[in-house]
Write a protein that binds this ligand. Sequence first.
Ligand code: SAM
Ligand code: DTB
Ligand code: SF4
Length: 335
Amino acid sequence: MSQHDQAIRHDWRLEEVQALFDLPFNDLMFRAQTVHRRYHDPNAVQVSTLLSIKTGACPEDCKYCPQSVRYDTGVEREALMELERVLDAAGKAKDAGATRFCMGAAWRSPKGKDLVRVAEMISQVKAMGLETCATLGMLDDEQTRTLKEAGLDYYNHNLDTSEEFYGEIITTRSYQDRLDTLERVRDAGMNVCCGGIVGMGESTEDRASMLRTLANLPEHPQSVPINQLVQVAGTPLAGVEQVDPIDFVRTIAVARILMPRSHVRLSAGRTEMADETQALCFLAGANSIFYGEKLLTTGNPDVDNDRALFRRLGLSFEGEKCAAAPAEPQQAAQA
Ligand code: SAM
Ligand code: DTB
Ligand code: SF4
């Protein structure tokens, strides 16, 4: 695809994005699927496995998050994980078919010698033949350089929601702080993984605004995770009205149209989602998932369930030919 591909735009207006959300569902899906097929294998899905390397007691106040020290969610504080345990988990993820291993820490930003330890985890996981991703909070220039030098492939840092709605969700760091970290990561030449959460009580306009901000960055994030809020008892967002599955699928479709080359990840929330909703998300252009029984602190579908779903849909694991191919005749479809 040429550098001057007209479909790769960074000048979306809010009304245009809003108009995509307002399309009849079938028209929206057709447009998303058309874009998807132009840039991607429509039946291949990238799979990443998550590990929480530092859990709980985070000083930030993100209202959705079970790891904030401010909410009583039952998540226990844990120290930074030992290297051996991280490598063990990475080995298991690789054996199960994951191609990327994402390490997450409940930090506002990394401190002192912790980053040196994380850098060692990154280089050793990479040496196992896995792509590496980390999500450690805000970064300064030197920290960004350290991660780049360790060989980090992707850095995850989400916008989470629109700039307009952001103040309702987080008060301990600004939208601009997030954009600054994203700029550092991009300028250091690492791949950016950046998306948000749907189902926090935001409006459709907020969803449109967040996706517009992502699409109008100087480069589209290579990976765009769209999370459905996992409601955790004790967080301020527990009990908020749940998102209509069709509206969730629309959000995926608009992300696909706005950022044609990016991997759009159907992220948190799959445990609570019907298989049919997930199938619509893949049809709308999602081509990445978190794979493995746990996200960071909450559950994710069993690997066996995901393999069965992939078989029913004829999907394969990107970069790992036949990892999910049927070993026996397809049965699940009749169930
Ligand atoms: N502490 C770092 C930070 O906030 O950047 C990294 C880890 S943090 C858990 C990574 C992302 O997970 C958040 O930005 C948010 O988008 C997502 N997340 C956290 N809790 C969630 C929940 N309950 N449901 C859906 N997504 C969630
Ligand atoms: C992302 O966008 N979603 C992931 C990952 N990036 C780090 C995290 C989801 C966390 C869900 C709540 C939990 O398990 O603690
Ligand atoms: Fe901390 Fe990240 Fe959770 Fe916010 S999302 S409370 S920064 S772990």
